[in-house]
Every structure is written in structure tokens, then in C-alpha cells.
Ligand binder design. Structure first.
Ligand code: ADP
Ligand code: MG
Length: 244
């Protein structure tokens, strides 16, 4: 479904360039739900934006559903993104003057679907994310958690191959965070959509079946258990030195 091969990325800084990702290699199977865990500045958002085709990598390639998105032209990529990739942002990024339903319909407007079909699909998805009674409200009339539900519905309306979420619970309290993660897990289990969720919180990462951990732009090797042991060790009290 998703394959990242020898991916490296640098940003220009003055006359030099700063490398923020180095030799990243991994794959995500169809229907998997994966957490991309790492502390602030470790390169999570850069990696997510590269995988979602929002930027081109300096080196390496990214395959989604068997296609190299880094080799596509701008136009090809724009169409591919709209049809095969969903994105959920930390700050929801809803359009304030459109209703909840219109926000969710928007990706289908670009696909030229008739308004009746769009409306039906949007209402069906909004019902699925628990917002059946809110379809004609505006985003500002909803709580943060409800706005993120709208954004989740919008990310799914094109039936994408993969949905990327960048710190989707970063603006929410702990209780709402748990509810949003519950919803993402439920959608993953019942729809088979592949999710990659960026987070810096291991409490969130632990809820997924697999963790990919980044540290200073490098992938930390090992599965979920190892990544968590690592986080726990980093948080533990420093060991006092024992002399023989
Ligand atoms: P994370 O999401 O894990 O916090 P980022 O991917 O946002 O990390 O950033 C990784 C590193 O890349 C940081 O050192 C950040 O300052 C740098 N960086 C991110 N975006 C840019 C950019 N557009 N230009 C220059 N440096 C950037
Ligand atoms: Mg980030």
C-alpha cells in the first residue's frame, strides 16, 4: 500500500542545507494502522508531508498503491492526491463560511459529482463519525473534538487508499483525544482504510498495532515493544552510577 524507500530530505538554510530525514525505509500494508512516533523536531511532519505528496523528497522514493508519487508531474500528483490520499490536520483546517456538510462534500466538488450524490455521501459519513444532527451547522458552532470529526469525515469522502493524520489530537483534552483515537481505530477496523498517525505522545501511539519511531531524522529499528521500551527508558530517572 505504502512503501518508503531510502528517503532523505534536506531544507536549504542560508548557503548550506540541513538534513532532517536520512535513509528512511519502511512499508505499510493495506488496512494497517501505524503510529509515527517521535519527539518534536524529529522530522515527523516532514515525513508525513512527503508521503502525502505535499513536497518532493531530496532523495529516495515513495510508492502508494504501487505508484511512485515522487516521479509524478505536478498535475498528475494533484489528481492522485485528491483521489487516493486523505489528510487530517492538527488544527482541523475547516472552511469557516461553509457548513459542516459542505466542508465534507468539498473534495467531491473537485471530482465533479452531482450535488445530490455529494450530499448523501456526506450525510452518511457524518452519521458514521457521530455528527448526524450537526450537518447544517458551521464549524465555529462545534467543539474541537466535533470539528476534528468533521475533518475525519472529509478525509474519508473520496474513499482514499491511505489517510495521513498529523497530531490529530494535539489540540484536544485527554478525554476527547481518547474518543478521537477510538473513532480512528473503529474506522480502520470496519473500513479497512490504511492510517498513518503522527504523534509525539506514546499514550496515543500505544493504541495502534504498530509503531514506527523517528529520532533526529532516523528510523529507530524494531517493533512496537522495542520503541516503547525506548520511550520509557528515556523518561525514567537517570540511573545512579554504581561503582564496583
Ligand atoms: P516534527 O513534526 O517531528 O516536530 P518537523 O518535520 O516539523 O518535525 O521538523 C524537523 C526539522 O526540520 C526541524 O528541525 C525543523 O526546524 C526543520 N524544518 C521543518 N520544516 C522546515 C522548512 N520548511 N524549512 C526549514 N526547516 C524546516
Ligand atoms: Mg510536526
Amino acid at each position: 500500500m505504502l512503501e518508503v524507500q531510502q528517503l532523505s530530505h534536506s531544507f536549504p538554510s542560508g548557503t548550506e542545507s540541513t538534513q532532517v530525514l536520512s535513509g528512511i525505509d519502511f512499508r505499510v500494508e493495506r488496512g494497517e494502522m501505524v503510529a509515527l512516533l517521535g519527539s518534536s523536531g524529529s522530522g515527523k511532519s516532514t515525513l508525513l508531508n512527503l508521503m502525502a505528496g505535499l513536497m518532493k523528497p531530496t532523495e529516495g522514493s515513495i510508492l502508494i498503491a504501487g505508484r511512485s508519487i515522487d516521479k509524478m508531474s505536478e498535475n498528475e500528483l494533484a489528481v492522485f492526491r485528491r483521489t487516493h490520499i486523505g489528510f487530517i490536520f492538527q488544527a482541523y483546517e475547516l472552511i469557516p463560511h461553509l457548513t459542516v456538510r459542505e466542508n465534507v462534500e468539498l473534495p467531491l466538488v473537485f471530482q465533479g459529482l452531482r450535488s445530490k450524490v455529494r450530499r448523501e455521501k456526506a450525510i452518511e459519513l457524518l452519521t458514521r463519525v457521530g455528527l448526524a444532527g450537526k450537518t447544517e451547522m458551521f464549524p465555529s458552532q462545534l467543539s474541537g473534538g466535533q470539528q476534528q470529526r468533521v475533518s475525519i469525515a472529509r478525509s474519508l469522502i473520496t474513499e482514499p487508499a491511505v489517510v495521513f493524520a498529523d497530531e490529530p489530537t494535539g489540540n484536544l483534552d485527554t478525554k476527547t483525544e481518547a474518543e478521537i483515537i477510538d473513532l480512528l481505530i473503529e474506522l480502520n477496523e470496519n473500513s479497512g482504510i490504511t492510517f498513518v498517525i503522527v504523534t509525539h505522545e506514546h499514550e496515543v501511539a500505544k493504541r495502534t498495532k504498530r509503531i514506527i519511531q523517528l529520532r533526529d531524522g532516523y528510523l529507530v529499528e524494531g517493533g512496537a515493544a522495542e520503541a516503547l521500551a525506548d520511550v520509557t527508558a528515556a523518561e525514567a530517572e537517570p540511573l545512579t552510577e554504581v561503582r564496583p
